[in-house]
Each structure stands twice: as structure tokens, then as C-alpha cells.
Design a protein around this ligand. Sequence first.
Ligand SMILES: [Zn+2]
Length: 335
Amino acid sequence: MEPAISPPWVHRALQQALQVERSHALLIAGPAGLGQFEVVQGLMAAWLCENRAPGALACGRCTACHLVLQRTHPDAAWLLPAAWRVALGWEPVEEGGSKAKPSQEIRIDEVRSALAFAQSTPARGVAKVIGVHPAEAMNTVAANALLKTLEEPGGVLRFALATEAANELLPTVRSRCQVVAMGMPAPAEAAHWLAEQGVLEPEALLALAGGQVLRALAWSRAGWRLAQLQALPRSLAQADLSAWSAATPAQLIDLLQRLCHDLLGLEAGAPPRFFVDVALPKVRHAEPLQQWASSLREAKSRSEHPVQWALWLEALAIEGQQALRAACQPLHSRA
Ligand SMILES: [Zn+2]
């Protein structure tokens, strides 16, 4: 298990959420990579704690707190995509020899079990809590099934939802929750925290991650150094992505999308957002990049399904190289 992550902004959001003691459904909302999941965890623990003052954090010592830590509290339930359970180590990677990748969606059967949990009598009587993360992962059917209970949970039931894309939530879900907004921490605070976690060159890594602190941390933990990341345009120009064979498809496509975004911006006269200027080629045409961007979007939608990664990596490299070449060609080359 990774050590518990509790950046100061997670702590602040948790404090803020705990001031809203009377709401039965809280939605922790903010941009990706801030730690909404940790806020929901802290909130659930506090609501179930049997030894705390109103508005305070969970005591961490009572029986309820121990049960929450061990994930055996009978009055706590999670609505998580299967992929999250696997990533958190809550479920084994593969079940029954099935080759299907775990789902990124929260499905209707999961909501049904949560609704059955909602109907049950609380075992310890203090509270019953359902944590939902990320709430936008509920498909429409699943979200609609949850609406009524979300509106009127009844008894001691409460909801703690988190989202990294509040705009993708059904308005009917959002309107039933009290929103606790998490803002981006100041870059200096985020970089300082990353440095404390042992991340090298935290400012530049953070910029490349678009300010997403936990993403920068994940990159660093995956062993990716800034130099390797900044060399991506050069590697692509040589159609060589072999240095990225240990990355997941989603991680690599995410990086390629950042690169494409920066190049499109350059063409339009905007400064790059993720990569350093000197690492980027001179762009002359936007069309090849727009095509590349749409192809990457399409690749992203397929990246959750089983693929032959080595072949895919080559295809991504060649496609990227061609897009770069076409985008950087002189307008009137005299040959
Ligand atoms: Zn406690």
C-alpha cells in the first residue's frame, strides 16, 4: 500500500465539508488530481466516528474508526468503478480468468447493492454512509436509480460524493447535493508538498502535469523523470516511443494529448501550457495536428480495452511522427 496521502488542501476541503454537518449529501468537486477521494474517505470516517465533537475530524482511535480503517465497518459502503477497486488493491486484478478489463463505470448492479445497503438497519446506529467516487462514473441508468435515495436518504444515511468533472454529472444528481468546491492549490504549495513526497524538480513536473498534483506524484512514482517527459517531442520525431513501454496506454495517450495541445496552441500564437518552449518544433499547419488530436481522442476511448500494447505503441509513434512532420513542413518548400 502507498502511504496515506494528505496534502494540506485535502485537509482544508475536509474541514470545510465537516462544517456542513446537516447536509445529507455532500459533493466534493474540483479539478482532477487534487485528492477528492481522500476527502470522501476522511468525511466517511468522521461521520462514522463515535468519539468526536461536531465539525471535528475522526478521532482515529475508537472502534468505529478502526473498522473504517480496516474497511470492515458495517455502516459504510462504497460506489466505485471496478477499475478503482482493483487500482486501490481492494479487489484482485483478475476474476474467474476473464480477460475483460475492470469497468471504469459505476454500474446499475452496484447501485442496486448500495440501495439494499441503504434500506438496512444501521449496525452501530451512529450513521450510515455511502461514498461515491467518481460520481461522473455513474452511467445514466445507474445515476437515475440512485436519485430518489440521494434526495431523501432517510434515517441516519448520508452520502459523500466526489467528482473530478462536475460538468459531466447529471444536473439532477448535482442539484441533490451540497457542493464543497476544492480549488487548485497555489503552485508553490503544491510543489512544496511534492518535494516533501520525494519528487524531484517538482515545479516543472507539476507544470507538465497541468497543475494536477497527484498526477505529477504518480509520474514520479512510476520513475518518470522530467528529462524523459520533455524529450517526448524528440522521441516522437524519431517515431521511437520504446522508452514508454512501461507506461499504460491511458498515461501515454494523455501525454501525447498534452503535446498535441501545446503544438496547436503554438500554431495559434499561444505559449505552451505543458512542455517547455525549446523542446517543441516550429509548427506551420494546424490541420495535421487537429487530425492527430481527434485520432488520440479516439485512441483514448479504446485504451481501456485489451490491446497488443507493443504494436499499439509503434502505431502511436508512427502516427505522431507523421502528424509532426506534416504540421512542421515549410509552406512553400522549393525542394
Ligand atoms: Zn473515532
